[in-house]
Design a protein around this ligand. Structure first.
Ligand code: SAH
Ligand code: SF4
Ligand code: F3S
Length: 445
């Protein structure tokens, strides 16, 4: 059997922010075991692809990428391919049978065993670990910040999901919900701040379920955790994603409103504007409940941006259900939305018990209608900012014009402006003069 000595690993990440955060944990585990993380795939001995399984399209993209990678082997026969993340967890060893150039498969809770798995692969064997854990949070691992701008960083505060929305694969790919020790979270945020970072985003599939009881019986819930992170320093911005509408509490809104450095932006995925669909989706809230939460957000923070996720064409969705989604969008007036066509995922409740009966053409038509409406709503939202002055955290130089800088306001909207010698990482005040439906254009004040 071939024996290769793999030194340089290239990590490629797909999917949500949690996957990007996980890749940084993987990078840290491998660096601690004498592997080198390279940013140049051509000098790598091995690629680890951190994958997403949320929709069929996401998986097709990975399969296409796996085929492309075969070309790399032509002049590097020892080159190895490992698949990590949600698609690895969903398909397990089967993935290595279906894709002949995959040497390694590791699920989201198995990353500590990657050095051993890589050792096996080095001997020419195939290696897999897809065990899910009820405890793993990688709590004490200090992630290497891959592809970071040195200004904003993600911090995973919990893993897994137990909501079992009928369409969703995440509870199967990420396992049981578990929270990470708040001390390790606050320490990670402190270290980032000491290293010059100005913004942290606390990540979880449903951050509002965050719950920790320490040895003395003290409970830390999500609002309390937000407080602790926000108190590190008033110049450290704090964001989070995602909260589930069913548990968006007034307590959290109150904490958000009382700290200037907690960003005024809430991502609150609605999925559908029809109560019948919400019930079928097992979302555990109604349109009325959702609108009550929107009203609460506006009450506590009139300037808070609200964004959402929506699915077009879920099982049994009628035209009337779809109209209700459009009407909810108008009522809320979202600042931004991620919009998807329903994609049936094997083994979910919807796959086993419901029928994927909206035609592909009709799903596309409904999705396009939502996208067009959201385009108008975004434009309205951005136009409302004309003439306003925002505090902006500068993130970098504009791609189009080197003289210009870009950053974000508290509401997470991107603002472009003439730099005048300012640098990434600084806070500046910018007045909005123009806008598109995705960018604000302004000047320093
Ligand atoms: N935990 C987050 C969502 C994570 S997945 C939450 O509950 O809000 C991100 C988004 O992908 C979901 O909000 C949903 O809109 C979309 N999504 C999930 N499964 C999907 C599927 N099978 N087909 C289409 N979109 C899906
Ligand atoms: Fe999926 Fe629902 Fe969990 Fe979000 S809350 S990850 S949509 S099961
Ligand atoms: Fe995709 Fe897994 Fe995230 S399925 S969206 S990478 S949790």
């Amino acid at each position: 059997m071939e024996q290769v000595d793999m030194k340089k690993i290239f990590i490629e990440t797909y999917g949500c922010q949690m996957n990007f955060s996980d890749s940084e944990i993987v990078g840290s585990i491998l660096s601690d075991n004498n592997y080198l993380i390279t940013t140049d795939i051509n000098e790598a001995d091995c690629i680890l692809i951190n994958t997403c399984a949320i929709r069929e399209g996401a998986e097709q993209r990975i399969r296409k990428r796996l085929k492309e990678l075969k070309a790399l082997r032509r002049n590097k026969p020892w080159f190895k391919v490992g698949v990590l993340g949600c698609m690895a967890e969903r398909l397990k060893e089967q993935l290595m049978e279906e894709e002949d150039n995959v040497n390694l498969v590791a699920g989201p809770d198995a990353y500590r065993t990657l050095p051993e798995l890589l050792k096996q692969v080095e001997t020419g064997a195939k290696a897999a670990n897809v065990l899910l854990s009820e405890e793993e949070t990688y709590a004490e691992i200090d992630p290497v910040r891959l592809g970071s701008n040195g200004i904003s960083a993600f911090i995973s505060i919990m893993r897994g999901c137990e909501n079992f929305c009928a369409y969703c694969v995440v509870p199967y790919t990420r396992g049981r919900e578990r929270s990470r020790d708040p001390k390790t979270i606050v320490n990670e945020a402190k270290r980032l701040f000491e290293n010059g970072y100005k913004e942290v985003t606390l990540l979880g599939q449903n951050v509002n379920s965050y719950h920790w009881t320490d040895d003395d019986g003290n409970i830390v819930d999500f609002p309390e955790l937000m407080k602790q992170v926000a108190e590190i320093d008033p110049t450290l911005r704090v964001r989070y994603s995602t909260s589930h509408p069913k548990d968006l509490s007034d307590k959290l809104l109150e904490v958000m409103s009382s700290y200037d450095n907690i960003c005024k932006c809430i991502h609150l995925p609605v999925q559908s504007g029809s109560n019948r669909m919400l019930k079928l989706m097992n979302r555990k809230y109604t349109v009325e409940w959702y609108l009550d939460r929107i009203a609460a957000i506006r009450r506590y923070m009139p300037d808070c941006a609200i964004t959402t996720d929506v699915i077009a064409g879920f099982c049994g969705e009628t035209l009337e259900d779809h109209e209700q989604t459009l009407s909810l969008f108008k009522q809320v007036g979202y600042d931004y939305a991620f919009m998807f066509k329903y994609s049936m995922r094997p083994n979910t409740y919807a796959h086993k018990r419901l029928t994927d009966d909206v035609s592909e053409e009709e799903k596309t038509r409904r999705l396009e209608e939502i996208i067009a409406l959201q385009g108008e709503l975004s434009l309205t939202s951005y136009q409302k900012d004309l003439g306003k002055t925002f505090e902006v955290l500068i993130e970098g130089t504009s791609k189009r014009n080197k003289e210009q800088l870009f950053g974000r306001n508290s509401q997470n909207k991107v603002i472009v402006f003439d730099g005048n010698g300012h640098k990434p990482g600084e806070y500046v005040k910018v007045k909005v003069l123009k806008c598109t439906s995705a960018t604000l254009i302004g000047e320093l004040v």
